[in-house]
Design a protein around this ligand. Structure first.
Ligand SMILES: CC(C)(COP(=O)(O)OP(=O)(O)OC[C@H]1O[C@@H](n2cnc3c(N)ncnc32)[C@H](O)[C@@H]1OP(=O)(O)O)[C@@H](O)C(=O)NCCC(=O)NCCS
Length: 485
């Protein structure tokens, strides 16, 4: 049985195993995949910054990691959004592991009150597993870029040709640096980074752009500098006004890959070949600082014809598409529920009284902020039926139920059900009868399968008797089964 849980990145052996799965899933079948390095990713997970939370989530079977997800969300902007990357190594695919990781993401996003999920895919050819998977989950492609590479060391002859074709740069001067931005340029560089964020095409992706401040730039560069040497060339007019910049990241621990990141020429300075001059100057820096890296990567929107022309001139070759995808979730209230089964296969249910009548359902309830599913389950079961001290239960079912009126302020409910096998006990929760009634709980009792089948009242989920019958006859599913929609 697969179980999904967040890993502690300070557990280095576990992080390594998680990273191996993450990387193996991400690189499979791709000619030139660029995956965040082990050191850089490990560092950022172990040292959370003020701008973003990142969680490493694993799909475990018998304590082995068979699939990996990076789940992240920004803390100062884009407060409705989370980003996910799910990677399953080829030998473990098509067993529902990707979907089980996705269910965890939906529950955590709902708990955070975030409704926009974004992801990126490297797609070298169609059909492609990641594209089929994402479309199955309901993601829509909102933006497409070409992912291009050029071999390193950069071809000196090509560089020479480009330099002589470009001629002399008139009306501008260039300044280059390696590492963090020199203090005298920080305000200008922050403004250019803001202009870049505003200018870069992102298709239909939801993106809130907050301006870069010097403080944010310093915080961000201090973190990035631990794992990447930034190579920057900036253009100024002769009277000192900033006109554009280009940025290459040289990972300090990646022997293979370097990234040509942003290149921006401000609108009023376009048409002077400045993009080419900036890139030429930065490639000279790259030649000086490169160690072993063999590929320089870049990405350009399919719609960005001028930049694609520059890329081609610089010898870049497209290796795949980089697709950005987005999905909007309904606002669901996440709850953890216990399917409590005793040694005679009796099931413990609670009776909720709602305006439209009684419903028998599994005990459990809404997750509180910051609680994991299992923490929420343990708290609820103590409160409602007095059950404690049971080993971590199996995740049985995941139910996304969109319907009005189930939870005030939400579009519906999200129930994750866990199987708790236990000896028979007399239920008695820590909440008083009055407190339970406030939560609409009016009775608790054990049911045999025969009693369930014979009852003509309502259950939640509606087919609970059938589900329990199947569970007891056929055993647990390999990954959490999806109920309803
Ligand atoms: C995409 C990926 C995560 C899927 O992992 P997985 O464990 O095989 O996925 P699941 O078994 O949970 O598949 C769920 C559903 O997705 C669809 N799907 C997944 N892989 C598919 C494929 N190769 N072809 C067609 N449909 C596919 C199917 O509908 C599948 O349900 P089914 O098996 O019942 O038909 C895995 O292929 C991978 O790691 N790819 C590389 C990284 C990537 O592209 N990640 C996705 C972006 S977040």
């Amino acid at each position: 049985m697969i179980s999904i849980r967040e890993i502690d990145p300070a557990d280095l052996a576990l992080f390594d195993e998680w990273y191996d799965a993450f990387r193996a899933g991400a690189v499979a079948g791709r000619e030139a995949p660029l995956v965040e390095g082990r050191e850089a990713l490990g560092y950022s997970l172990r040292n959370p910054g003020p701008l973003k939370t990142r969680c490493a989530v694993g799909a475990f079977e018998d304590d082995r990691v068979l699939g990996a997800m990076l789940f992240e969300y920004r803390l100062a902007d884009n407060l409705d959004t989370v980003e996910v990357e799910i990677d399953v190594p080829p030998e473990h695919r098509r067993r529902g592991i990707g979907r089980a990781l996705w269910q965890w993401a939906v529950t955590r996003a709902s708990q955070l009150g975030r409704t926009i999920v974004q992801t990126e895919l490297g797609v070298p050819a169609d059909p492609w597993p990641g594209a089929a998977f994402a479309s199955q989950l309901g993601f829509a492609v909102e933006h497409v870029e070409e992912h291009l590479v050029v071999p390193l060391p950069y071809d000196d002859l090509l560089l020479e040709d480009l330099r002589s074709a470009a001629g002399r740069l008139d009306g501008y001067r260039l300044t280059s640096w390696a590492g963090v931005c020199p203090s005298e340029y920080r305000q200008e560089y922050a403004d250019l980074r803001t202009a870049m964020d505003r200018d870069v095409p992102t298709g239909g992706m939801t993106r809130e752009v907050l301006p870069w401040t010097v403080e944010k730039l310093e915080t961000s560069e201090a973190r990035v500098d631990r794992n990447y040497l930034a190579l920057v060339t900036m253009a100024h007019t002769l009277d000192g006004a900033p006109a554009g910049y280009t940025l290459i990241f040289l990972p300090r621990a990646d022997a293979e890959h370097a990234q040509q990141d942003d290149t921006l020429v401000l609108r009023e300075h376009r048409g002077h070949n400045l993009g080419t001059f900036l890139k030429l100057a930065n490639l000279a820096q790259l030649a000086e600082h490169r160690t072993t890296q063999r590929f320089l990567h870049t990405w350009t929107a399919l719609t960005n014809a001028p930049m694609r022309k520059v890329n081609a001139r610089f010898g870049f070759r497209a290796v795949e598409q980089n697709r950005e995808l987005e999905l909007e979730l309904p606002r669901l209230r996440p709850a953890a529920r216990g399917v409590i089964v005793d040694s005679d296969d009796q099931v413990l249910l609670v009776r909720f009284e709602f305006a439209d009548g009684p419903v028998w359902a599994t005990p459990g309830g809404g997750l509180e902020a910051g609680e994991t599913m299992l923490e929420g389950l343990r708290r609820e079961l103590i409160e409602e039926v007095g059950l404690k001290d049971f080993p971590d239960p199996l995740h049985l079912w995941h139910e996304e139920h969109v319907a009005e009126g189930h939870a005030t302020g939400y579009d519906g409910v999200l129930n994750d059900y866990f199987l708790v096998r236990t000896d028979h006990f007399t239920p008695g929760g820590s909440l008083s009868a009055a407190e339970l009634r406030d939560e609409n709980v009016h009775a608790v009792r054990w049911w045999s399968l025969a009693e369930l089948a014979a009852h003509d009242g309502r259950f939640a989920p509606p087919d609970l008797p059938d589900l329990l019958h199947k569970l007891i006859q056929s055993g647990t599913p390999g990954t959490p089964a999806e109920l309803g929609t």
